[in-house]
Ligand binder design. Structure first.
Ligand SMILES: [Zn+2]
Length: 454
């Protein structure tokens, strides 16, 4: 595939981080798991603006080691300034003390012996100098969803830890297995985002989910999990969130103008499990898989920065003040015939019932059928131009109704139609083939739906 060399390039650039203030730590921390081969020096040094040290007697062993082996790297004037202005102690995370006002790159390993291969997943941490929440950003839970990787990088490397209140934790590539293979899935073809919060004694997916949830997510006060559309579909930058939880609702309101779609999400999502565990969480969807899309990335970054402001973690104010459309209901418009789909609308377009959204042309018979909108609303997601079969879910429309209208209808119409409830079981997510190895316990049934591919 064309994307592969690119991905390798990205993987390299992720490893060869060159941003001042991070580079040293990164190299060091990467080799923490095995016995440190090269000098794990300069942990704190590179953090420009005089990394404030606490007088905490539970002093960080990390700093001590670093000093011991500091070698040629600049040695930080660590111990002197201890009386400086910190109310904050170190952030204890992944067996490391991250000092106030510093940024660190750590690594998380799902299992010492998973598949006999240790795959350390980079985790970026910026720990502020003032008290505040721990905001976690995760991306590439689906290994082929790339926009979030870049969003996490930009947000984390754009932070000045010494101006930050609270802590930001970023995991740019949760599913490193999938990422390396340009695949949405884990090596056993399971979808990691259906296994949270996981089980220490379950399937491999379930164990990875468990380790990640316990090792990282439990430390978070709020979570943004970044995704893209799946299977040749693209999404308008939007939040998926269960707005019945007040803390989740509040989180969504921090993102500025990004659209919000009410969604409980399929069982087993990281978002759902976190919310269940009392950690308000949203999914940020943006763009399509297998690509890095500058506009979508920029919008996501703007939304997350706005959230940092909303959570009072930044001192500079740059709220994104435009109104935020909220959709309590959405529906998929399907192609009724097979052929080549050509869209006439774009992401974000407002459409009315009866509008032509696109056409499906049979290349052999030359018959052309229009795909007509059945609802009024905004195009939140859509299929890329491609060959489709009858019933293919082509356009995801956020329906413009108030919350009360939706509630009222739900009360009167005994139940939602299967279409509304679970569109696209077949097309969206189901193609996941059976696991290729060790299917004990048997693979959990695939979710009914995933046009909402959290
Ligand atoms: Zn995803």
């Amino acid at each position: 595939m064309k994307a592969r060399p690119w991905l390798r390039g990205l993987a390299c650039s992720l490893i060869m981080l060159t941003v001042p203030g991070w580079a040293n730590e990164i190299e060091d921390d990467l080799i923490i798991t095995p016995p440190p081969a090269a000098a794990p020096a300069a942990d704190e040094t590179s953090d420009s603006a005089a990394p404030p040290e606490t007088a905490d007697p539970a002093a960080p062993p990390v700093a001590a080691e670093a000093d011991a082996e500091a070698g040629p790297a600049a040695s930080p004037p660590v111990e002197q300034e201890t009386a400086s202005v910190n109310e904050m102690g170190p952030f204890r995370f992944l067996d490391t003390d991250v000092m106030p006002g510093t940024t660190r790159r750590l690594s998380w390993v799902a299992s010492e012996s998973f598949l006999g291969i240790s795959v350390p997943t980079p985790v970026l941490v910026a720990h502020g100098t003032r008290p505040g929440p721990v905001l976690c950003l995760t991306a590439a839970v689906h290994g082929d969803e790339l926009n979030g990787i870049e969003m996490v990088r930009r947000v984390l490397y754009g932070l000045e830890a010494d101006e930050l209140a609270g802590t930001v934790v970023g995991v740019p590539i949760v599913n490193l297995f999938g990422f390396r293979r340009s695949s949405r899935y884990l090596p056993d073809r399971r979808d990691l985002n259906r296994y949270f919060p996981g089980n220490a004694h379950g399937s491999s997916a379930s164990r990875i989910a468990h380790a990640f949830f316990e090792g990282i997510i439990r430390h978070c006060d709020a979570l943004v999990d970044v995704h893209t559309g799946s299977f040749h579909r693209t999404n308008l930058p939007q939040l998926r969130a269960d707005l019945d939880h007040p803390a989740v609702l509040d989180l969504t309101q921090g993102f500025g103008a990004i659209a919000v779609l009410q969604s409980e999400g399929p069982p087993g999502t990281l978002r759902g499990a976190a919310t269940q565990a009392g950690i308000p969480a949203v999914t940020l969807e943006a763009g399509e898989p297998m690509r890095f899309q500058p506009e979508e990335v920029a919008q996501g970054v703007k939304g997350i920065r706005s959230l940092l402001n909303h959570m009072k973690m930044l001192s500079r104010i740059s709220l994104w003040g435009e109104p935020q459309p909220v959709y309590y209901e959405s529906d998929w418009v399907r192609a009724d015939s097979g052929g080549i789909l050509f869209s006439r609308v774009g992401l974000g377009d407002r459409v009315k019932k009866g509008d032509v959204l696109g056409t499906v042309t049979d290349p052999i018979t030359n018959t052309r059928i229009e795909v007509i909108s059945t609802v009024r609303g905004q195009v939140l997601g859509m299929a890329l131009n491609q060959v489709v079969i009858p019933g293919f879910a082509a356009y995801h429309i956020g329906i413009e109704k108030s919350r009360d209208e939706v509630a009222e209808e739900a009360a009167t119409a005994d139940e939602l139609t299967p279409e509304n409830e679970a569109p696209d079981a077949d097309v969206e997510e189901a193609p996941s083939p059976p696991p290729v190895e060790a299917p004990e316990p048997p693979p959990e049934p695939l979710p009914e739906t995933d046009e909402r591919p959290d």
